[in-house]
Design a protein around this ligand. Sequence first.
Ligand SMILES: NC(=O)C1=CN([C@@H]2O[C@H](COP(=O)(O)OP(=O)(O)OC[C@H]3O[C@@H](n4cnc5c(N)ncnc54)[C@H](O)[C@@H]3O)[C@@H](O)[C@H]2O)C=CC1
Ligand SMILES: O=C(O)C(=O)COP(=O)(O)O
Length: 317
Amino acid sequence: MTAPTPSPHVLMPGTYPEWDMAPLRSQYTLHRLWEAPDRQAFIAEHAPNIRAVATRGELGANAELIAALPALELIACYGVGTDGIDLAACRARGIRVTNTPDVLNGDVADLAVGLTLALQRRIPAGDAFVRSGAWANGGMPLTTRVFGQRIGISGFGRIGSAIARRLSGFDVELGYFSRTPKADSPHLHFASLTAMADWCDVLIVILPGGEATRGIVNAEVLQALGPAGWLVNVSRGTTVDEGALLQALEEKSIAGAALDVFLNEPRIDPRFAALDNVVLHPHHGSGTEQTRRAMGELVRRNLQAHFGGLPLITPVA
Ligand SMILES: NC(=O)C1=CN([C@@H]2O[C@H](COP(=O)(O)OP(=O)(O)OC[C@H]3O[C@@H](n4cnc5c(N)ncnc54)[C@H](O)[C@@H]3O)[C@@H](O)[C@H]2O)C=CC1
Ligand SMILES: O=C(O)C(=O)COP(=O)(O)O
């Protein structure tokens, strides 16, 4: 009789939906960090056994956590953005990293388009107007036309190009900002974000987060967008200089913003809630059941590939 193969130990900084937890429990020894009363003691106790971390985008894995796990081989991220994971620390130790690209493109692109429509046509305000009974006293104020505008997409990768595909049906003029022009794109290319902000009516941001893009949407970009310009951010809170954005929104030096992402989520700056020219959304770009199931499955396939000695499905590092 052969001894049963021990199941690999996996540290989870935060939970996944139950439909993912059940199959993970059956294949791995899970260590639930979010339930530990003393994180340091919990990590120290289990560190020698932990071979993988299964994390989420916003929880990431910082240098301190990585350094505390000497047997770590893999960090699997439930989400495409890996800006919360210290990739340099991983590369230095040969720790592999995976994410969940592509399966969420459609949902995040749908939300970007939905937020654009909600912002300019004031759909949440319309809903509140009807519910409050204000309609009985007269019509809702007029809004801004979406079709016929110039829309600039900043970050023209998997999700950015999915946004462009959707908006191509909206009779708008499309431009994109990227470091190198895409040979297969018929849209107007901008090598300068400020120049695109000056050109467009709506600036949609879907760049990766992290140091390279921190505050890339700065006061100068917002000024170029101008009092008739709108910002839609579905990327990361860090890509926008939030102080400059709040000031621009308060002074109405831009027309408005629809935001799915913020600094310090979920405890965002309370100044946002006092504004009437914003649509606010709780970082839910991939938040449909179908996509979350696909993301969970991709995390599991990466873990299985790693522990089965097979090539990773969606490696980042
Ligand atoms: N709001 C939400 O719920 C979600 C947000 N995201 C965010 O969207 C980001 C983009 O995702 P994908 O499209 O899958 O990534 P991607 O890697 O396919 O596309 C990113 C694009 O940005 C470009 N880029 C990177 N740095 C740049 C810079 N400094 N200047 C100009 N262009 C630059 C890249 O060349 C690439 O074309 C993720 O990293 C994540 O932060 C992703 C999913 C959901
Ligand atoms: O995949 C990512 O990077 C994300 O931001 C996912 O976030 P969400 O699914 O929108 O909460």
